[in-house]
Design a protein around this ligand. Structure first.
Ligand SMILES: *[C@@H]1O[C@H](CO)[C@@H](O)[C@H](O)[C@H]1NC(C)=O
Ligand SMILES: *[C@@H]1O[C@H](CO)[C@@H](O)[C@H](O)[C@H]1NC(C)=O
Ligand SMILES: *[C@@H]1O[C@H](CO)[C@@H](O)[C@H](O)[C@H]1NC(C)=O
Ligand SMILES: *[C@@H]1O[C@H](CO)[C@@H](O)[C@H](O)[C@H]1NC(C)=O
Length: 370
């Protein structure tokens, strides 16, 4: 092929001819050959990768790897069908590949329910709650507890819920009705699933960066969490709390990447090759200065996405050269509490309640004591 002729050896041979005979025709040919070499070289090393900018890894290889996982987990009959199947529906293979393709670009998603004017109230703090579309109970529990606090220590607070696609016309209608009633729902057009939590988080970051840049702080908080807005506000209003490049919560240090294929935290080496994660903040509830969302969305263009949303945010932070901060009192960011009576919830910022009933119970326990 033509490319063969463009190899360096061909070029050198013609070059030697040029040195010996000084024929103008040869000089021209040698010059042309030289430029062809350069063009071929550039094409080979630069243009090819650039023409597939999103191919960070060999998708066929990943497909095979993930089929291998399926083989490992299921019986022989599914193997035979799955190995010939071109489009395995809702399997981990498509999940991984679509997450890989889409998650880094939250702006490729569109808000099907939006509240673009919410931030005209200039909130100081925005609480962003990812929640399953059908989980009205969780939203109502939050609306009647910490989500109903629109002003804390004189600072405006906004609580919004983010859902993905509901997967049904009737469910969608109900969501739209709920949205009209409460005006606190955001919906983006990705398939809502556990595997897609990274997309959900990135869409939250995208919303904050594009619809609410004027807020000072934001928090990503799961829908089964108890939070104490008073204590959170005290932390944010402390003169020692930075208003830029700040993120805090329950720090996860030097966590190993789960390679056990039966775990829900399994991440294939193709998606994340290192054996440990950089320091990250546990996804249940982390607080950040509101310059962070834009920077994370930007970083996500360079960081290959994987399905552990909080560790992925950690990888983006590492790329930005930013370390999560220890909370001034790390014991304020609790995970599980045995029961709401043994832990003094009036002193903490977060605790996993685990259900909407518990969110209400925890809230009432604290507010009864006041
Ligand atoms: C193109 O790249 C391959 C390896 O990536 C190399 O073997 C080959 O020699 C290169 N061709 C040219 C013309 O540079
Ligand atoms: C991707 O991996 C598959 C299977 O390992 C291999 O057959 C194929 O050649 C690879 N493609 C590229 C572009 O490396
Ligand atoms: C929110 O709080 C107000 C009082 O500040 C109260 O009237 C209202 O009923 C509460 N909303 C919910 C859903 O509990
Ligand atoms: C994740 O979302 C993408 C985009 O909507 C979708 O194509 C993919 O199937 C989803 N994955 C899962 C496991 O739901």
């Amino acid at each position: 092929m033509a490319v063969e002729c463009l190899q360096k050896r061909c070029c050198l041979a013609k070059g030697r001819g040029f040195m010996g005979r000084f024929k103008p025709g040869f000089a021209l040919a040698a010059l042309a050959c030289f430029f062809w070499c350069i063009i071929a070289f550039i094409y080979n090393f630069s243009l090819v990768p650039v023409s597939h900018p999103r191919t960070w890894f060999n998708q066929t290889k990943l497909y095979n790897l993930m089929s291998g996982k399926k083989r490992h987990l299921t019986n022989k009959q599914t193997i035979e069908t799955s190995s010939t199947e071109k489009k395995p529906s809702a399997s981990i293979i498509t999940e991984a590949i679509s997450t890989h393709r889409y998650v880094a670009h939250p702006s490729n998603y569109h808000f099907t329910l939006d509240e673009p004017d919410k931030c005209k109230q200039d909130p100081f703090l925005v609480l962003m709650v990812p929640v399953a579309p059908h989980d009205v109970a969780a939203r109502d529990a939050i609306r009647s507890t910490w989500g109903n606090e629109s002003s804390v220590q004189g600072k405006a607070v906004l609580t919004l819920f983010l859902v993905g696609l509901s997967g049904g016309a009737e469910a969608q209608q109900q969501l739209e009705e709920e949205s009209r009633q409460h005006r606190d729902l955001l919906q983006s057009d990705f398939v809502d699933s556990y595997f897609n939590l990274t997309i959900k988080t990135m869409v939250i970051m995208d919303w904050l960066a594009t619809r609410c840049p004027q807020a000072t702080y934001a928090m990503k908080v799961d829908s089964d969490m108890y939070i104490n807005p008073e204590n959170l506000m005290s932390l944010l209003l402390s003169p020692n709390t930075p208003r830029e490049n700040y993120i805090t919560g329950y720090l996860m240090l030097d966590q190993p990447v789960v390679r056990d294929k039966s775990s829900k935290w399994y991440v294939p080496e193709e998606l994340y090759p290192e054996s440990r994660y950089p320091t990250y903040v546990l996804g249940m509830g982390y607080v950040f200065s509101n310059d962070i969302p834009f920077k994370i969305v930007r970083a996500s263009k360079s960081i290959k996405p994987f399905n552990i949303e909080d560790a992925y945010v950690g990888a983006c932070l590492k790329w930005m050269g930013l370390n999560p901060s220890d909370a001034p009192d790390p014991s304020q960011f609790q995970t599980y509490v045995k029961d709401s009576k043994s832990t003094d919830l009036s002193k903490i910022i977060t605790a996993i309640a685990g259900s909407s009933e518990k969110v209400i119970e925890f809230w009432q326990n604290v507010n009864r004591r006041k």
